[in-house]
Design a protein around this ligand. Structure first.
Ligand code: ADQ
Length: 722
């Protein structure tokens, strides 16, 4: 088992002022509860905010730090201003409402919040990078830290990074409202594994990434600029055994509750006080129920418990006021001197009392307008060892995917909620038992330990990078470049698009600028140097761009080569091209049914381009293409997937074969420099001897020994070779 490093906004303990000193208390909330157990058993670290300790004296701080070290917790201290902008402003003021479809509450004028959000995410990444060892797994949690995967990837390129989102990922049309949508997606795409509670959130994410970043989805792998991210659904569970366990304390609480409700059926709501939890609409539906049956208040009692939350944000303070007013109105209209129909408590209840409440509740109302998962629903089912109780569950909670035997309801439809509570009150005992036994068993099996194990197992599958990625012999890239500058004989092998020039909207537009022209000219004129450009383009296309340059050109990934401008193009690979006609007809048929797609004909290949196609349709067409070719069982072709293009080509054509031939043409002892940015360039790198200097432009796992960020950094290297 690898060591696991966890990062979340809060540490699983919160430090609070207590008397003259400070006290460590367990943090509340589903995430802290879910990960606390496994962290305690392992040997990893946990990074997060410990709470406000700015008033601690140096001695108190030393004591706090010693306690944190003891528990393998690494504090990321936040100033009051950082909490205001990163946490309240951006995370909870913009992302939270947007991702829960509460568009009227989204803070869009949040530039300063965004800057702080980036800054705090960078601090998390630096703290993690400083403690990461080879082989570690890093698991980052939730919407507060969506940029950490990318920032950490820059600092530790080989890190194995997982990210789990605890809230919904909204539909692409909603996500795209976010002014910082592209940065957020880039941030998340730094991970190797991205986890969501449901398939719907995963699909929403994949569509958003396709629309904003032009990523490609291949079953469950999202490819972007040659970096692959695996997507998975990992519905979180609860510590079910703890909720199912019997104890004298729970029994005593239960007896007390039963005495108080004497004769009345208990309807229960338990939530963090948050506008997403649907508390107001729940109260309105209950009010309608009471209005429809004037005697009902004699027989039922609604108990709503809400833990105060995020009180420094206006919309949360408003919610509390509105809830109070509504409860007052209902009780005034339907209460009697001895009975009030609604009890509303603002507080957290201790664990034993929580379990007793779940066991006492005849009906549990979990009716959020949106909720990533909702653990309360699962805790209720886990606690019902007696097979009693009815769960009324919103279809907009992630939990509705799994808890199908609950009464599923649309929380926006007050009549439906009212009717469903009525049906729950009337439900025959046998049906109630059948449904709850099923729910209880499922929640016990799919518990939080299983969630944890599934995610970590999947992350563990991410391969550790091959050793050749490390800087061999300890020489840095600039030392290697100085060495090549002095070499009497030098071979330079270069990809074109994405390496020498940035990608353009249309291939014709990716023209070499004067700087590049001059650079290639000077490089080729260097004594003892040979320069070749290896591209997937056709001979005509690359010749239009670089025909005047004193460099060798290899087109169609090495099918065609032209060693210098004075010599003709020749074919380097032989093989029958008889497949082109039937496969061409198949591709033409696909393109005709796919708005935005087109087929490009090369000599050795046919390329199906779909950059401008709707992503869902594109992925369906790629699958269809694969299936139809597989059905024909052809051995005379192979498939090559690029960035939003799939190429059917003659087998045996690849940059590795042509690179090997070009190397063999040079005198022994020739120094080699190679650069590329995509999958076909990995073929090139694989053909190089170990001492060659290979450079990958951009992100993604690579066989190259070195990496630079972008085209301009790569050109600077070429300049240094001259
Ligand atoms: P939350 O929005 O915090 O979690 P939820 O999943 O319901 O929502 O978890 C709340 C937790 O707090 C539960 O464990 C519950 O028992 C506890 N709790 C609530 N009220 C309480 C009270 N009055 N007293 C004591 N305990 C109380 C976020 C997402 C969810 C997702 C979780 C986990 O918003 O959708 O399910 O993360 O991924």
């Amino acid at each position: 088992m690898s060591r696991l490093l966890i990062a979340s906004n809060r540490l699983p303990i919160t430090i609070q002022p207590e008397g003259d000193g400070f006290e460590l208390r367990p943090s509340s909330g589903g995430l802290a509860t879910a990960l606390r157990g496994p962290h305690a058993k392992g040997d990893g670290l946990w990074f997060g905010w410990p709470g406000d300790v700015s008033l601690a004296t140096p001695e108190q701080r030393a004591r706090i730090d010693a306690e944190l070290v003891e528990r393998r917790l690494v504090p990321i201290d936040l100033t009051a201003a950082e909490v205001a902008h990163y946490y309240d402003g951006f995370s909870n003021g913009a992302v939270w409402p947007l991702f829960h479809y509460s568009l009227d509450k989204v803070r869009l004028e949040a530039r300063e919040d965004w800057v702080t959000y980036q800054h705090v995410n960078q601090r998390f990444a630096e703290a993690i990078a400083a403690r990461t060892q080879p082989g570690d797994l890093v698991w980052i949690h939730d919407y507060h830290l969506m940029l950490v995967p990318e920032y950490l990837r820059r600092l530790v390129p080989g890190a194995r990074i997982g990210f789990f989102l605890h809230i919904p990922f909204p539909a692409a049309d909603v996500f795209r409202i976010l002014p910082w949508r592209e940065e957020v997606l880039r941030g998340l795409m730094g991970a190797d594994l991205l986890g969501f509670h449901t398939g719907e959130y995963l699909t929403n994410f994949a569509r958003s990434a396709a629309q904003v970043l032009a990523t490609d989805l291949d079953v469950d792998v999202l490819r972007w600029a040659d970096h692959s991210v695996r997507l998975g659904t990992f519905p979180i569970g609860v510590d079910a055994a703890a909720f199912a366990a019997d104890s004298p304390e729970v029994d005593a609480e239960l007896a007390a509750l039963r005495k108080n409700t004497a004769g009345r059926r208990l309807i229960l709501g338990i939530d963090r006080l948050d506008y997403t939890k649907g508390i107001l609409r729940r109260l309105l539906a209950f009010e309608r129920l009471l209005e429809g049956d004037q005697t009902l208040h004699e027989r039922v009692q609604l108990l709503q418990i809400a833990v105060p939350s995020r009180e420094s944000i206006d919309s949360y303070a408003d919610l509390r006021k509105e809830a109070n007013e509504l409860v007052g109105r209902i009780n005034a209209a339907h209460g009697t001197p001895t009975r009030v129909p609604v009890h509303f408590l603002y507080r957290s209840v201790p664990f034993e009392q929580l379990v007793a409440l779940y066991r006492a509740a005849d009906i549990m109302l979990v009716t959020p307008i949106r909720d990533g998962m909702n653990l309360v629903a699962k805790e209720y089912c886990a606690a019902r060892t007696d097979g009693g109780g009815v769960l009324v569950l919103s279809e907009f909670a992630g939990a509705a995917d799994e808890l199908r035997e609950a009464l599923i309801v649309n929380p926006y439809d007050l009549d439906a909620v009212e009717r469903t509570i009525g049906a729950a009150l009337q439900m025959p005992e046998e049906e109630r038992r059948l449904r709850m036994e099923r729910l209880h068993a499922r929640v016990l099996e799919a518990d939080v330990a299983r969630w944890h194990r599934r995610f970590v197992d999947e992350l563990e599958r991410v391969p550790v990078l091959p050793a050749r990625n490390a800087v061999e012999g300890g020489r840095s890239l600039s030392e290697e470049v100085s060495r090549l500058r002095e070499a009497p004989s030098l071979l330079v092998l270069l990809d074109y698009d994405g390496t020498l020039v940035p990608y353009a909207m249309m291939p014709e537009l990716a023209r070499p600028d004067p700087e590049l022209q001059s650079l290639l000219g000077r490089l080729a004129a260097r004594p003892g140097a040979r320069v070749h450009v290896l591209t997937g383009r056709t001979p005509a296309s690359i010749e239009r761009l670089l025909g005047e340059q004193p460099v060798g050109l290899c087109a169609e990934h090495g099918y065609w080569c032209r060693p210098d401008p004075t010599r003709p193009w020749t074919v380097r690979v032989t093989g029958s091209l008889g497949w082109k006609e039937p496969v061409g007809a198949l591709l033409a048929d696909l393109a005709a049914r796919t708005p935005g797609a087109f087929v490009e004909e090369k000599t050795s290949a046919l390329a199906f381009h779909y950059r401008a196609v709707d992503p869902t349709l594109a992925s369906a067409r790629v699958h269809e293409l694969r299936a139809r070719l597989a059905a024909e069982a052809r051995t005379d072709i192979e498939l090559l997937e690029g960035s939003r293009v799939i190429e059917v080509r003659l087998p045996g054509v690849s940059k590795s074969i042509v690179a090997a031939a070009l190397i063999a043409d040079m005198p022994a002892g020739t120094a080699i420099f190679a650069g590329g940015d995509d999958r076909t360039d990995e073929d090139l790198f694989s053909a190089l001897p170990p001492e060659a200097v290979s450079v990958r432009v951009g992100r993604g796992r690579s066989l190259a020994r070195f990496r630079v960020d972008d085209v301009s950094a790569f050109r600077a290297l070429l300049g240094a070779l001259v």
